[in-house]
Design a protein around this ligand. Structure first.
Ligand code: CS2
Ligand code: MG
Length: 402
């Protein structure tokens, strides 16, 4: 089965997505997500100018060999753009192979390890009481785990909280918007949020929080310690993780579980975090960490150290990623939880999928492949428009982590 065409489809049904479509000489095609929020066109060029020309004529069944060819063959290994492009090819090839076998992708990976995939929703509010109400709405929809993000008194904007009555979309302008951050204001407010949520909803509800890379290790240690009575399911991205050793300090001071890795693109980004058991959940994804082929390696390595998966699933990962992730989640033995940030109606119209929501969980569906497809004609109605992620500064102007 030879690859005869590779098409990169860019569309913006409410937000930008990049999709790779690989067509074979047997008429079977597969699609992969290639979306890198705020850097979409870099991946488009990498795919169109360098990757797709190498794929034409290759045997689509040789997923591993093509992965090695693209990873080892690039010389300049790893990196977000490179590994997102490889991921898109990998997702498309797994889709093709499963379609050719006429089975849902999870069967090809080894069959189901669970009947359904637990997901967590997002509840955001400008103040604590608004968050309390939003959590209630998630519970009414059947979610059993909720990530909560709250506006911080004295700060105009903060991560995870959208404009009034608007869906949260971080890539909010063609040139990065500038946010202002103050750690002290954040650190004094967040414990109040979780104490209030535990008062209202009790101890059973799984509560998650994304610090979004904003603290230093000792600040993260302090916050984790202060939140211990509130029993978080996880505290995510407490500090930037280029220096994996910095998590040793956090780990020494708190038992609050830690989740890291949505920005990672290879096993080397998390090797020490995992083998030193400095984290509890690895957040790497099919779209940014080299596809199904590489994510399986990361998950298997993590399983040796009691680390479970907690794949990233924000709206800037397309339904193709969500579909592929749910098949992966159905198989992976050391599954933890899957993020689910609902896509908007336009996105749902452009990307048909087989996955279904059921009482706080998803099932991947039984369609051959990963079960997701793209309506190319409809996609054309929503042209790309550059949109960048914000930058963050401290109140004195120091450039900080967004
Ligand atoms: C966030 C993401 O969902 C999350 O955990 O960290 O929303 C992240 O901010 C975006 O994916 C960035 O594009
Ligand atoms: Mg995050």
């Amino acid at each position: 089965m030879k690859i005869i065409e590779g098409k990169v489809i860019v569309c913006s049904p409410g937000r930008n997505f990049v999709t790779l479509k690989l067509v074979t000489d047997e008429g079977i095609y597969g699609i992969g997500d290639a979306t890198l929020n705020g850097r979409e066109k870099s991946v488009v060029s990498f795919l169109e100018d360098y990757v797709v020309p190498c794929l034409i004529g290759q045997d689509a069944s040789r997923i591993e060999d093509i992965w090695q060819y693209l990873y080892r063959g690039v010389y300049w290994r790893r990196g977000a753009v490179n590994m997102t492009a490889i991921a898109a090819v990998d997702m498309a090839l797994w889709d093709i192979k499963a379609k050719a076998a006429n089975m849902p992708l999870y069967q090809l990976l080894g069959g189901k390890s669970r009947d359904k995939v637990m997901v967590y929703a997002h509840a955001n509010g400008h103040d604590i009481e608004e968050v309390v109400d939003e959590v209630g709405k998630c519970l009414e929809q059947g979610y059993q785990a909720v990530r909560v993000q709250c506006g911080i008194p004295g700060l105009d904007k903060t991560y995870g909280v959208g404009k009034k009555n608007e869906r949260y979309e971080p890539a909010d302008s063609s040139i990065p918007s500038e946010h202002v951050w103050n750690t002290t204001k954040y650190m004094t407010h967040v414990p109040q949020l979780f104490r209030r949520l535990r008062d209202v909803y009790g101890d059973q509800l799984e509560l998650l929080h994304d610090v979004h890379h904003r603290l230093t290790p000792i600040e993260a240690a302090r916050l984790g310690k202060e939140l211990e009575p509130c029993r978080l399911f996880w505290m995510e991205d407490p500090v930037p993780a280029e220096n994996q050793e910095s998590f040793r300090l956090i780990r020494q001071h708190t038992t609050t579980p830690l989740a890291v890795g949505e920005v990672f693109n290879s096993i080397f980004d998390c090797k020490s975090l995992i083998e030193e058991q400095l984290i509890d959940y690895i957040r790497a994804t099919v779209v940014h960490a080299g596809g199904i082929t590489h994510l399986r390696r990361i998950a298997d390595f993590a399983s040796l150290y009691h680390v479970r998966t907690g794949c990233h699933g924000a709206t800037d990962l397309s339904p193709v990623s969500m579909g592929s992730a749910l098949h992966f989640d159905s198989w992976v033995p050391n599954f933890g939880i899957q993020e689910h940030m609902a896509h908007n109606e336009l996105t749902e119209a452009v990307f048909s999928h087989g996955y279904q929501f059921e009482a706080g969980h998803f099932v991947p569906g039984e369609r051959p492949g990963h079960g997701v497809d793209i309506d190319e004609q409809l996609a054309k109605k929503y042209p790309y428009k550059r949109a960048c992620l914000p930058v963050n500064r401290l109140e004195d102007g120091t450039l900080w982590n967004w």
